[in-house]
Design a protein around this ligand. Structure first.
Ligand code: UDX
Length: 460
């Protein structure tokens, strides 16, 4: 099928590349000329394992193209994906101005032939109908400009299109794997023709033709109305964020009573009603989705006069959790003024270069406020030299350089390479042998054997 994906952020680019890989003819549109130039040369503007290779292969097979020309994209696609960002405004509401601009732009270029306009951006509940209205406004504006004020939209001149909500559940760092191995596909629309086309588009994924687990039963498709599909995305992210805040609260109680949260998580996670995933206690959730989506859902509820007690608590627990390593450093080192603290990892999770709402940002800020000197080593940030606008932290190029002169190391991101730290070497470089494991990721016994004092979260 002919597909156009508008917006080449994490969601848009991964969607475009993966749809091209399963056989569709895809054009990705972005208004950033630099980015399009880079992608046309086969370079991915984001770090995502496996994405560049797939991108190059699709381009070689002439299944994938990039352009800044929205008109060309709209012309090409029978299915048009809107995959632009919906960042949080300072109020917590989501900023839908990019979705609006794209919907209007699509309206400007619609010219006969049925199209399905798919919303992949995470938009406030009720946006599907609003997108439809904006597309029609865009269409009318364009025709008024060309035909003149006399233009009126009639049954015959109306562009033929439907809007479908198709939320995305991919995780950064495993985005390609998640796209080929979805747990479910959610399609929100009351229009049968649009749903049938979307099912045809996703058939190879439903059949697991490109899956790592081809023997599993077909991927379930959940067909809902527009608003329910939009709500599914928020509810899924809010549930997962709450689950993490729950285990973090349990970890804080474990710390006080002398229990081990990793054993508690194992013990409760084996209950099939609870499940083992997202029970990893640590320094809290960050990233581009959880913080933004939870606050947008709280905001939507407010708009309808409903106070979200549980979600507010999940957010508050998370806010407090980001300071937990500061508390632990103070317990161990007492005064932090003048101390040198080395952070292992900066990104909000491993296998990504994303620093959005990363707990590291709060830790750096708080340590600076208390007068500590902060250094950091991150496999991606140190390697790419991207500063991410970070201030108050010296970026080191190896774990040895990081350890040199440190009073404590704090593991912030659970990158695999930190499992292979040369502890003997590192201990000789440090002033004081303390490791705070903010993700309960390292091997406590092995660390203690090398003479370090190990402090985890909820497992003292
Ligand atoms: C999330 C959702 O998982 C995904 O479905 C949605 O499309 C986008 O948001 P992502 O932000 O990429 O994906 O990361 P995820 O792996 O879910 O982790 C989110 C945060 O929670 C990270 O900061 C991570 O470190 C933290 N986390 C996750 C925990 O602290 N404990 C856990 O057990 C799991």
């Amino acid at each position: 099928m002919r597909v156009c994906v508008i917006g080449t952020g994490y969601v848009g680019l991964v969607t475009g590349v993966c749809l091209a890989h399963i056989g569709h003819d895809v054009i990705c549109v972005d208004n950033n000329e630099e980015k399009v130039k880079l992608m046309k040369q086969g370079q991915s503007p984001i770090y995502e394992p496996g994405l560049s290779e797939l991108m190059l292969s699709c381009m070689k097979h002439k299944k994938l193209n990039f352009t800044t020309d929205l008109g060309a994209g709209v012309n090409h696609g029978e299915i048009l994906f809107i995959a632009v960002g919906t960042p949080a405004l300072p109020t917590g509401e989501s900023d839908t101005r990019y979705v609006e601009a794209v919907a209007r732009g699509i309206g400007n270029y619609l010219n006969g032939g049925y199209k399905v306009i798919v919303n992949k951006s995470t938009v406030p509940i009720g946006s599907g109908d609003w997108v439809r209205m904006i597309v029609l406004e865009g269409f009318k504006e364009k025709h008024t400009a060309t035909v003149g004020e006399g233009f009126t939209m009639t049954e015959n001149s109306m562009p033929e299109f439907d809007v479908v909500s198709n939320p995305e559940f991919l995780r950064e760092g495993t985005a390609v794997y998640d796209t080929f191995n979805p747990d479910r596909i959610v399609l929100g629309s009351s229009n049968e023709k649009a749903i049938a086309l979307m099912k045809e588009l996703y058939q190879p994924l439903v059949d697991r033709t490109f899956s790592d687990h081809p023997d599993l039963p077909p991927v379930p498709i959940v067909v809902t109305d527009l608003s329910s599909a939009e709500m599914i995305k928020y509810a899924a992210n809010a549930f997962l964020a709450t689950k993490i805040s729950f285990i973090n609260e349990v970890a804080n109680i474990c710390d006080r009573v002398g229990a081990d949260v990793t054993q508690v998580a194992k013990g409760i996670g084996l209950d099939s009603r609870i499940g083992p995933k997202f029970l990893q206690a640590g320094i809290g959730w960050g990233g581009s989705c959880f913080p933004k989506d939870v606050s947008a859902l709280i905001h939507t509820a407010h708009d309808y006069g409903y106070e979200t007690e549980l979600l507010n608590a999940a957010v508050n627990v998370n806010k407090r959790q980001k300071s937990i390593v500061i508390e632990k450093l103070q317990q161990e080192l007492k005064i932090l003024k003048g101390k040198v603290i080395g952070l292992l990892g900066l990104t909000f999770k491993p296998d990504t270069d994303d620093m959005r709402d990363a707990p590291a940002l709060n830790i750096i800020q708080e340590l600076n406020r208390l007068g500590a000197k902060v250094k950091a080593y991150d496999p991606i940030v140190s390697q790419t030299g991207l500063s991410h606008g970070l201030s108050g932290v010296v970026i080191e190029s190896s774990t040895e350089m990081l350890a040199d002169g440190c009073d404590a190391l704090v593991l912030v991101t659970d990158w695999q390479e930190f499992l292979k730290l040369d502890l003997e070497k590192i201990s000789k470089l440090m002033k004081n042998h303390l490791i705070i494991d903010g993700r309960n990721f390292l091997d406590k016994t092995a660390i203690e054997k090398t003479g370090f004092h190990y402090v985890g979260i909820g497992k003292s």
